[in-house]
Design a protein around this ligand. Structure first.
Ligand code: PYL
Length: 296
């Protein structure tokens, strides 16, 4: 995913209540509710009962290109908005990790230039942001579309988010087509889907035809101006994780109320919900049937 900038994230914390209202109008659920749906906890509010007292920490990481001003504060603000007990240690990097663990954090979130991960140290498990973001956006598309079972969905972009979107869509029994500028990446993704979870994923035709014949679209590219107004009909719903948004401004106007896009929020909410499932599973079953139909 594209490296975020301070500009991308600076207004997020102040607008979380308004964003919840927008998400409810588009999906029927708040940010927490989408995270619950994505992580298999189904009932909205169930997780809210589990969240209080669960200590989380966001550790700034100075490696590589260094800290993004506001990144840790924004992630922490999203977690607090969801009802978690979240903090940022006084130190970064290894010292910050040690401070977080010593302070009783059960989930530690940190990002370098390559990965953004939630660590569950006591369970020895991790939650990856790309996979959680894909699951969160597929869950949002599922809610917007009133279910994905048997429906045709186009995934544009066969990088990490596109790959995990194919997994999440297949688990919801969608009929998936993928397309990428590099045809071999699309072919490889269909081979992986077939071997990993016996899904019959198709390689879409050329982009113009694919966008014109699909109404449910996951924009998993890191390009702008992929989806244009001419591709949008009254039945079109778009899930567009990360920056930049792949739908043009004209397309987004036509899509009003039928598009999901944000730089970080849905991904972080899904990471937190999946991490909570991990740490809660340690202390007995969560007792929900998850949205994939498996018992938890
Ligand atoms: C996690 C985001 C989602 C989209 N792009 C990813 C990104 O910007 N990664 C880089 C994150 C660097 C964070 C920096 C800090 O402030 O701790 N190391």
């Amino acid at each position: 995913m594209t490296r975020l900038t301070t500009d991308d994230i600076e207004g997020i914390r102040a607008q979380l209540v308004e964003y919840d209202r927008e998400l409810v109008s588009v999906t029927g659920r708040t940010l927490l509710g989408i995270g619950e749906w994505a992580s298999g906890l189904g009932d909205e509010g169930h997780l809210q009962r589990l969240a209080p007292g669960k200590k989380m920490a966001v550790v700034p990481i100075r490696s590589g290109l260094g800290v993004i001003s506001g990144f840790s504060e924004t992630v922490c603000g999203i977690l607090l908005h969801l009802g978690f007990d979240a903090m940022i240690p006084g130190r970064s990097d290894v010292s910050g990790f040690a401070e977080a663990v010593d302070g009783g954090a059960q989930v530690i979130l940190a990002a370098d230039d390559d990965r953004f991960v939630a660590f569950c140290p006591r369970q020895g498990k991790t939650v990856d942001n790309s996979r959680a973001t894909a699951r969160g956006y597929v869950a949002g598309l599922d809610l917007m579309a009133g279910g994905l079972d048997g429906k045709e969905v186009l995934v544009v972009g066969c990088g990490p988010v596109g790959r995990w979107a194919v997994e999440a869509l297949s688990m919801r029994k969608a009929r998936v087509s993928v397309i990428d500028r590099v045809a071999e990446k699309a072919e490889e993704l269909t081979r992986w889907a077939r071997s990993a979870f016996q899904a019959d994923v198709q390689v879409g035709p050329d982009l113009e035809q694919a966008l014109s014949t699909h109404h449910l679209i996951v924009d998993a590219t890191n390009a702008a101006e992929v989806i244009h107004a001419r591709h949008v009909t009254a039945d079109t719903h778009v899930a567009a994780p990360g920056m930049p948004c792949g739908a043009t401004l004209d397309a987004r106007e036509k899509l009003a109320g039928r598009i999901l896009h944000d730089p970080l929020q849905i991904g972080v909410a899904t990471m937190a919900c999946e991490a909570l499932r991990i740490i809660h599973a340690q202390s007995g079953p969560v007792g929900q049937t998850d949205c994939y139909g498996a018992s938890t």
